[in-house]
Design a protein around this ligand. Structure first.
Ligand SMILES: Nc1ncnc2c1ncn2[C@@H]1O[C@H](COP(=O)(O)OP(=O)(O)OP(=O)(O)O)[C@@H](O)[C@H]1O
Ligand SMILES: [Mg+2]
Length: 441
């Protein structure tokens, strides 16, 4: 820990690093990683010696929180975040058990559920972690180039083969090959892949030489390979060979309990990337993020957080969502009624979050009502409330309330009266994207 802290503070306080310094820091980081990995291997060895199975049955039946904690304590390497969702924990535990073996793994799940991340997790937790991880997208290679891409070719094997070339399998020798979108592999490619799985050897296109390859195979798909093999579009024997270990990743809408964690994780990640403070989310945006269906799963959530972090000032609201998924005014009315504050705070996942949500909501309702009462004049509201004008403007900006909407063009008389503040926002959704850039005077 001490070494890690020294490394962190070196990085924190350097405004600029020369290549040589970067190399030095990298070397220190690699040594540290090896030390940590050494510890984790020792721990695994002790576990294996003590009880055979890495994860005893009683543990699988434990409460999700304890299962998660146990995974972390076993130094499980995961380049992301995960919570207590039982479906996801099951996949992670399977991956953890499979990682140290060389058995083929098939990962399935909808687009954006983290299949590639999971493949890397399996690689990073296994004995090949320091060897290459080679990724091949089977859906992106034209049929005519597939064989050469996977197995390489000999000079002159076909027009354009101007020199000998190694294929992906050779590059992944002693490491892991990740065959992404395996369901897109044409039948001819499937036959050749089966041969590698059976014989652990390849032949470059145009060559008679047989080359032994020691490659761990992890494949991924968003298709149902079992049904495809029944229909005859995917070889059944290949399916069984690839899926010795089968890991299924649940869609994000089936693990909504993970959303708050992912939101915090991606807000921080985006803040780091955009060199800004993590964005705050209004309760209604948070509510939207909790209930949205996410056809693009975790990737979509990640992109949303990057988008709102880029577009919003301190606080992001529904207006910062892409137009096509932004809730319609009518839907908004049912999701966030302006009534009792508890409606919003009930969505919070902790007491402090509930308090903050309730206080935010009360503040927003107060400002909206106040502005209505003074006909939209910020200076007047500041005077009546005995507040500093620029502080008031900052609060209005934080809540995405623009003075203009209570005054001239956008404000319709019929909407005045109690409980109409949200209706005001709903009546004018198009003004909101301008929030991030509008300066309020
Ligand atoms: N548990 C997680 N924690 C943090 N980030 C995650 C997690 N799961 C997935 N991600 C991130 O979500 C994005 C999508 O993940 P990934 O590319 O692995 O999905 P995929 O299932 O391979 O998608 P596709 O089917 O479209 O290829 C990546 O940026 C990945 O890092
Ligand atoms: Mg992928």
């Amino acid at each position: 820990m001490e070494k890690i802290e020294i490394l962190r503070s070196t990085l924190r306080w350097s405004s600029r690093l020369e290549r040589a310094d970067i190399e030095k820091l990298l070397k220190q980081a690699t040594t540290l990683r090896d030390e940590v990995m050494g510890l984790s291997h020792k721990e695994r060895f002790v576990q294996a010696a003590a009880g055979g199975e890495a994860i005893p049955q009683e543990e699988v039946e434990r409460m999700p929180r304890e299962r998660r904690q146990a995974l972390l304590e076993r130094s499980f390497i995961f380049e992301g975040t995960f919570g207590d969702n039982p479906k996801l924990l099951e996949s992670l535990e399977t991956a953890e058990k499979a990682a140290p073996t060389d058995l083929p793994v098939l990962i399935d799940g909808e687009s954006g559920t983290g299949k590639e991340l999971m493949a890397k997790v399996i690689h990073a937790n296994g004995s090949r972690q320091d060897r290459p991880f080679i990724s091949v997208n089977c859906g992106a290679i034209p049929d005519s180039l597939l064989e050469s891409e996977l197995f390489g070719h000999k000079k002159g094997a076909f027009t354009g083969a101007s020199s000998d070339r190694r294929g992906k399998f050779e590059s992944a020798h002693t490491g892991t090959i990740f065959l992404d979108e395996i369901g897109e592999l044409p039948l001819t490619g499937q036959v050749k892949l089966l041969r590698v799985l059976e014989a652990h050897e390849i032949q470059r296109v145009g060559s008679d030489e047989v080359i032994a390859v020691d490659t761990r195979i992890v494949a991924a798909t968003n298709k149902d390979l079992r049904s495809m093999s029944k229909e005859g579009t995917f070889r059944e024997d290949l399916f069984y060979r690839l899926s010795v270990i089968h890991v299924s990743l649940p869609a994000l809408r089936e693990r909504r309990d993970e959303i708050p964690l992912l939101v915090a994780y991606f807000s921080d990640e985006a803040a780091g990337m955009l060199k800004r403070r993590p964005v705050r989310l209004t309760p209604r945006l948070r509510d939207f993020l909790m209930h949205y269906d996410y056809p693009g799963n975790i990737r979509e959530l990640r992109n949303l957080l990057y988008r709102v972090s880029c577009l919003a000032g301190d606080t992001a609201d529904l207006a910062h969502l892409p137009q096509d998924i932004r809730p319609k005014p009518a839907a908004l009315a049912t999701v966030v009624p302006i009534g009792p504050v508890g409606a919003v705070s009930a969505l919070a996942t902790s007491l402090s979050e509930a308090k903050r949500a309730a206080s935010d909501e009360a503040e927003r309702a107060f400002l909206e009502r106040g502005l209505q009462e003074v006909g939209g004049t910020v200076a007047e509201l500041a005077r009546r409330c005995d507040m500093n004008r620029s502080h008031l403007q900052m609060l209005l900006k934080k809540h995405g309330i623009i003075r203009r909407i209570f005054g001239g063009r956008g404000w319709r008389k019929g909407q005045r009266g109690r409980g109409t503040a949200v209706a005001v926002c709903m009546a004018l959704p198009p003004y909101m994207p301008a929030l991030a850039t509008t300066s309020h005077s």
